[in-house]
Design a protein. Sequence first.
Length: 269
Amino acid sequence: MAVDYVLQPKNTAPARPRYWKFLKIFIAIAILCLAGELIWLFGISPFRPFSRIVISGGENIRREEILAVAGIGPQSTFISTDVRIAERALMSISSIETARVFKHFPDRLEFALESRRPAAYALAVLGNRTIPVLFDSHGVIFEIGWDETLPTNLPLVSGFTIQDPFPGMRLPALFIPVFRELEKIDFSAPELLAAVSEIKINRRSFDSYDLLLYPVHQRIRVRLSELNEDQLRYTLLMVDVLASQNSGIDTLDFRSGIASYIPKEASSE
């Protein structure tokens, strides 16, 4: 009797290593962790209160006031905060010149503030009192009254009237070139401004003026048509030299570019 044999092909595929199963489990867990991290990063963290708020600049303003004015509270988040609105609100503080607000994804906030730099001070009338006010190179009054933290080496600028001052009040735009030069000098050579007690602005016409400087330690006054560091340095040097010689000069006049003088007995002031 014949017997039929059926030959089955032998499975020659290599057996997978034993760790392949563990590798698949590890990949699945990694995908789940990554998905959870992405959900936390993009779906949860931006809606949580800021974990860190950094403020640079604005040293004379309390942190609480900055946050309150900017509208930032304990529940403020990356999603709910509008940096443009916060910047405009901070600019309403008279002592702040520029304000930038940055959101760092997903939950950090940064304030970069620049305070106004005083160019000089003036005297103003508030009610029945005369009080000092600080203003910057743009002619913006940002400090009313005096405080021990305010600089004392800045000159008094006079020759105009300030009635009932308020923070943010602007002085006449005609005088801004003088204020800008005062700021430059204070930045590069503050010892020159410390040698001047007062700078009086004398209006000559609707759109012109000259300056009368009063040195701190000398009685010789100086008339100038403009103010800059080189001119101020030279005039103060001339005043010191003439004062040491007991020259009897009341006023030096540099307005024409050539120095002239008025003797004390001929002075009308």
